[in-house]
Design a binder for this molecule. Structure first.
Ligand SMILES: Nc1ncnc2c1ncn2[C@@H]1O[C@H](COP(=O)(O)OP(=O)(O)OP(=O)(O)O)[C@@H](O)[C@H]1O
Length: 319
């Protein structure tokens, strides 16, 4: 069987939530085009309210799109809804656990819902992979929040889908458990499962995801390999603390300086075009006596801010 090039393809995807008597209609997705390569760990980033959950809920089938097309594993969600849904496992944002079941029962029920035959079920294997093997027969209400979340991941995998979608999976999960969860996700990916996740932990996205899309106000503002996204900001910033407070930004010739709130002078330059030495020379030449200095490298947070604010026409350094 030929495998699709893209695990998920969305084209011109629009979602407008209907208004009520007191609230106006809200366009949460405003024409999203996204191609998620098969085999990737794909990060969906964006500020609160950007539309990430709406996108995921459309894939999961819990929200109806307004227009546009979506294919999951090459199956159109309008024309082959059942097949499309069979290709994904979705772990939602809310902890949804049935407190009257044990994890084993909960998994078996889920497998039943997906029509997985008894001989094809791997309940204990999945629970063990998520560190819940010894809790298989405990009541779900006795599990910690982190355990419940891992149970949700195990449940999402009962039908062995080729695509696993995680909406803010580590919100409220402590560092140790987060690591465990990611180890499992990476291991799944190495077995060929495409992973799509939304996260607010930008560092985590940077570390885990090979491709990142940034959504802001229902639009994709960037979608590229993580390394390329980081290269977009091939900049460094030299932060100079002057001996005497500056009242205005000095003329630094080809460099542009900005005054920070604490009186430091920050000079950002392209690493391909200049070096720290050249910046310092310009600062000295401008008559600024240097008391202290530091350098800052950009991280995804900077890329994220500059792209999302650029889309709004706001200078990110103004914040
Ligand atoms: N059922 C709904 N009815 C009306 N508006 C909604 C509904 N669900 C979401 N919205 C609005 O749509 C926009 C996008 O919401 P969405 O939850 O998709 O964003 P998000 O990027 O997932 O945010 P978060 O990171 O906070 O989860 C927001 O303005 C939100 O208020």
């Amino acid at each position: 069987m030929e495998l699709p090039e893209f695990a998920i393809e969305a084209q011109g995807l629009v979602k407008t939530y209907a208004g009520t008597k007191t609230t106006p209609a809200k366009t949460a997705l405003n024409g999203i085009d996204l191609k998620i390569p098969r085999g990737s760990i794909f990060g969906l980033l964006g500020p609160n309210g950007a539309g990430k959950s709406t996108f995921i809920n459309i894939l999961a089938g819990t929200v109806n799109k307004t227009s546009g097309t979506v294919k999951i594993w090459d199956r159109d969600i309008d024309h082959r809804a059942r097949d499309a849904r069979a290709a994904i496992g979705v772990v939602g944002q809310e902890i949804a656990a049935d407190v009257f079941f044990t994890p084993r029962e909960s998994m078996e029920t889920q497998a039943g819902l997906y029509g997985v035959k008894a001989k094809d079920r791997h309940t204990l294997e999945l629970l063990t992979a998520l560190g819940l093997g010894d809790k298989a027969d405990a009541y779900v209400r006795q599990l910690s929040g982190g355990m419940k979340r891992r149970l949700m991941v195990a449940k999402a995998m009962v039908h062995n889908p080729p695509v696993l979608i995680l909406d803010e999976p580590t919100a409220g999960v402590d560092v140790e458990l987060r690591r465990q969860l990611w180890n499992y996700v990476v291991a799944l990916n190495q077995k060929g499962v495409t992973i799509v996740l939304t996260t607010h932990y930008l560092e985590e996205a940077q570390e885990l995801c090979d491709t990142i899309a940034i959504i802001n106000r229902g639009e994709v503002v960037a979608c590229e390999p993580t390394s390329q996204l980081l290269r977009r900001l091939d900049t460094r910033t030299v932060v100079v603390t002057p001996r005497a407070p500056l009242t205005a930004v000095p003329d630094l010739g080809r460099f542009e300086g900005k005054l920070r709130g604490n009186g430091d002078l920050a000079v950002t330059f392209k690493t391909g075009e200049a070096g720290v030495e050249a910046v310092l020379a310009a600062v000295r030449e401008a008559g600024v006596a240097i008391k202290d200095l530091a350098t800052e490298d950009p991280d995804l947070e900077d890329v994220f801010l500059s792209l999302t604010y650029a889309a709004e026409g706001v200078d990110p350094t103004a914040y």
